[in-house]
Design a protein around this ligand. Structure first.
Ligand SMILES: *Cc1c(COP(=O)(O)O)cnc(C)c1O
Length: 535
């Protein structure tokens, strides 16, 4: 549904899209035969700024991408009984494996609104977008004459591609069950959702109305996705193998779908980030040559400070500790946890010992998330010298923050973070993670060696989760992070080195894509059958 390849190409909302972008770059680096299918969103997800009163507001500007290439191919899909033409564009501009993007804004068509904005509109709108992505995507591959061995569905947004594979096979005379069996040999599925409620469901009435059945009937559709129709469940039943995106998420996901029968086994492939995109070059060189890491780090820190100055006019101190927190504003991410007890935090802010840099967007319709942003902005205004909120979080802000902060703070409620990837970007730059043990962090930093883990003290076990985590955060901040930063510089540098060493292969997209090949793609029944029959 989304790809985050570069800040100048805003067809992504966050982690899911950037993962897909990093994956395509890794595929290109390793010269792997992969192509991506997506949608050319004309108006981004949102550009989100802050008004004079400190409220976030959304801007939806039309983008014209002059680097996308015309393939000359147009495919059609049927939505609500109407024929919708979709133009197919091609992008290889960002050192990425080929990416084909569908676009309903065809001159003369009434249907351009469908692909206007990412994650916008009601259920029917979402279904229409998913028909274009899935059904249109398969038709684009056929029209482009690309021979496909295997389909990898990233999130259940792409499920309808499976229904198009059914339709093709049934048109050739296969029964529904035969088509299911054959399709199942060639579809792999990555699920990213850690909570049941986060999985997309649709009423059959609406799916039928929109034309998403794609030639199937109610009984067949209900066998795949139940009633109401659960997109994740259906995709689990269409795939031969599914995966979660961290080892812990694997356990959570298996537990979540325990009762779903006839589904693919669920394994885990931990996410990774594209190191050449996210790692500072000077840090890389210093690390490789076993040289001082502080000098390149301080340079990156000063670049962040200069970036902040240009955006906001505020000046930060390069010698004082900077803790970064950039994330979507959502209740479970607890963006304001650190402000839980101002009697602890305020003195640190006033003495200039602690500087906080925040960024993040809320979904345009998420009023709770927007209030989180508003609160962060009011902290920025109250503690001008020590707190900054950077509006309109995007890959550019992430670029400066994940290399220029000293510490990367992550404190979501557990176990709601499927993986998380911004902490990996920080880790490969020697920016030390201070994190709840959830998602990738369970496999990552070691406490006091390559980061800090927010694990609670036994005296606090009886407290509610938020209070417990807050106490852990304060204890570690006050007794470890701040003293080491100001008083034990050699230890800090050792930790930076250990962080890079821990992360730069293990949490790279290069490792991730190799694991997809070894543990998922090469295990596809389409290939196994070829091997046993000696082809
Ligand atoms: C890496 C990244 C994300 C994902 O980070 P999480 O740790 O998963 O929250 C989101 N947005 C941007 C702009 C990023 O660069």
């Amino acid at each position: 549904m989304e790809y985050g390849l570069h800040e100048n190409f805003p067809i992504y909302s966050g982690g899911l899209g950037i993962l897909a972008g990093d994956y395509l770059k890794a595929a290109k680096d390793q010269d792997l035969p992969v192509v991506g299918i997506g949608i050319l969103w004309r108006q981004d997800y949102t550009e989100q700024y802050i008004d004079q009163d400190g409220n976030p507001y959304d801007v939806f500007a039309d983008h014209d991408f002059d680097f996308v290439k015309d393939t000359g191919v147009t495919v059609t899909v049927t939505i609500r009984g109407e024929t919708v033409p979709c133009k197919v564009w091609f992008v290889d501009h960002y050192n990425n494996a080929p990416l084909y993007l569908l676009d309903a804004a065809v001159p003369g068509s009434q249907h351009g609104w469908i692909t206007q904005r990412l994650y916008w509109g009601g259920n029917d709108h979402r279904i229409a977008q998913e028909i274009i992505l899935g059904v249109g995507g398969v038709r684009a591959l056929r029209a482009l004459n690309l021979e496909v061995d295997l389909y990898h569905f990233n999130e259940s947004h792409s499920l309808f591609a499976g229904l198009e594979l059914f339709r093709e096979k049934m048109e050739q005379g296969l029964s529904f069950d035969q088509a299911w069996e054959e399709t199942r040999k060639q579809v792999a599925f990555t699920t990213h959702t850690p909570v049941e409620a986060g999985n997309e469901k649709h009423s059959h009435w609406e799916l039928q109305e929109m034309g998403a059945y794609n030639g199937l009937n109610y009984d067949q559709m209900a066998r795949l996705g139940g009633d109401p129709f659960n997109m994740t469940q259906a995709t689990l039943r269409i795939a031969y193998l599914a995966n979660a995106v961290s080892q812990l998420h694997g356990e959570t996901t298996r537990e979540m779908w325990r009762e779903t029968h006839d589904k693919a086994p669920i394994i885990a492939v931990t996410n990774g980030v594209h190191v050449p995109t996210w790692q500072d070059q000077a840090i890389r060189v210093a690390y490789d040559h076993n040289e001082d890491l502080w000098e390149p780090h301080l340079k990156a820190k000063k670049e962040l400070i200069e970036f902040i100055r240009q955006k906001t006019g505020q000046v930060k101190d390069p010698n004082a500790l900077i803790v970064g927190f950039a994330r979507r504003a959502a209740a479970y991410k607890r963006n304001q946890l650190i402000f839980g007890d101002m009697t602890v935090i305020e003195p640190l802010l006033k003495e200039g010992k602690l500087q906080l840099v925040f960024s993040g967007k809320a979904h345009p319709d998420d009023y709770i998330g927007k209030n989180v942003i508003k609160d962060l902005v009011s902290m920025d205004r109250k503690y001008e010298d020590s707190i900054i909120f950077l509006e309109n979080y995007d890959m550019k802000i992430a670029h400066y923050m994940v290399r220029g902060c000293d510490v990367w703070l992550n404190n979501p409620r557990r176990p709601l973070e499927a993986s998380g990837t911004s902490g990996m970007k920080a880790a490969i730059n020697g920016v030390l993670n201070l994190s709840i043990v959830d998602g990738w962090v369970c496999e990552g930093p070691q406490h006091g060696i390559s980061g800090w883990l927010l694990e609670c003290h036994e005296d606090h076990l009886h407290l509610p989760e938020d209070e417990r985590d807050l106490q852990a955060l304060y204890r570690i901040l006050l007794t470890e992070v701040i003293p080491i930063y100001y008083e034990d510089f050699p230890r800090w540098q050792n930790m930076m080195r250990a962080s890079i060493e821990m992360a730069q292969w293990k949490f790279s997209s290069a490792r991730m894509i190799q694991e997809y090949y070894e543990n998922i793609y090469t295990k596809a029944p389409v290939f196994m059958e070829q091997q046993t029959s000696g082809i």
